[in-house]
Design a protein around this ligand. Sequence first.
Ligand SMILES: [Fe+2]
Ligand SMILES: [Fe+2]
Ligand SMILES: [Fe+2]
Length: 460
Amino acid sequence: MMLGTTQSSSQIVDTLRDDEIQALLQFSSAPAFGQPRSFYTTHPYQRPSRPQDIDPAQLATPLASDGLASPEHLLAQRLLLNIYEQDLVFLPKPPQRLDMKAFKGFYDPANMALGKQVRPLLEHYTYGWLKNEVHINGPWCEESFIAHTDKVLEDVGQGPSRLHEVLTGSRDPQRAARFFLIQCAGDFLSEASAMARNVLGNAGPHTSELFKILIDEYGYGIDKKKHSSIFETLLDQAGLSSQVHHYWQFYTASSLSLTNYFHYVSANHGEFFRYIGAMYYTEASLALTTGHQSRALKDIFGDSVSTEYFDEHQHIDVHHGRMALERLIIPLIRQYGPQVIPDLIRGFEEFRLLQDLADEELYAHIKWHDELDACRARASMLHGSKPADARFTEPLGEVSVLHCHANTELFWVESGELDFVVSPQLALKLGAGEGVIIPKGMLHGTHVTSPSCTYTVTAL
Ligand SMILES: [Fe+2]
Ligand SMILES: [Fe+2]
Ligand SMILES: [Fe+2]
């Protein structure tokens, strides 16, 4: 592990080495991750990550499970996805033209080397807590593995769909559905890329079995059957951009953590069995949940949006789940013995937990969007009850990249005017003497629309 450990009188405090701190600061200062002029990107090489927020002292101590709503978690997840995706090929979609300078800049070998250097510490920071939360004790064998995972999947398949309920029950179901699709886009537009990391090398017949699932995901070389292409069509029909990472700033930390988890256990091949366990959970559970997702979109958008993406998964992931269990997991256990089961079960359980957390974070955002007017009214009531913690003055056009706070905050405009943005479909215009309450962990950004704007923030 690249983290050092120093003992203080009362607690263990991790520290980063100077070379790690330098690598982290240098990596994140790349133009690709810097300050943008807009909330939206026009090519896949621009990934605003608020490098000014990096605090090496914070990143030295791994997150705890109650720290996932923090800005540091969001920052670490954004940096990690940048690191992982420098291994993938991205080209912009027409009508966007290829910006050669941005393209070469994103894949700059020196910057990639810095990313590789800091990757283990970011992985430890973002996923280290899983070891404390996911307990996999017990003597495992093939039978108990199957009995346990069957029971979990049976439970997933039962009961009403919370997603359907939240999306259709929103004050603005289309806005809520679009926010859901945006959370999916970070992963689905390059679907199964992490899986592809596992089909190189030679793992005997297991490589070939995994390859069969991979080529399904990639449409057997037919572009319009590739799952990411089917998802592009869905985004277009729902009135959203299908350009990779157009909505980069709008991904929640827990949405990013799903994509990154698969890269984490796939880029580190010592975690291959964890990857297989997580892949089994996602394939088998998608076969059960995509039916609800399809129904939600149909109920919300009617016939204007094709649900083919979710319908295809409802069908094919029944096979993928079965292939993962029967063609990969059982043969792997029989060949390599029960020693591989703890990692299989760990991956299965960890991804299940991360998926549940991402769902909860999505629902919390949709609830906040629905309550934004009430948060605005509450800000007027609370303004003046405490002295402000900080005051900022920004010029016309200044964009504050979407971020979140570790505490609930009162945001208050003293002079000038800005757009306070929480989703591509929802923004408040705030002028002097107006504000809003920002609950802990909720994504928001601002764009100054007057010659200058002064606002204050107060932790509540
Ligand atoms: Fe797929
Ligand atoms: Fe699949
Ligand atoms: Fe903020």
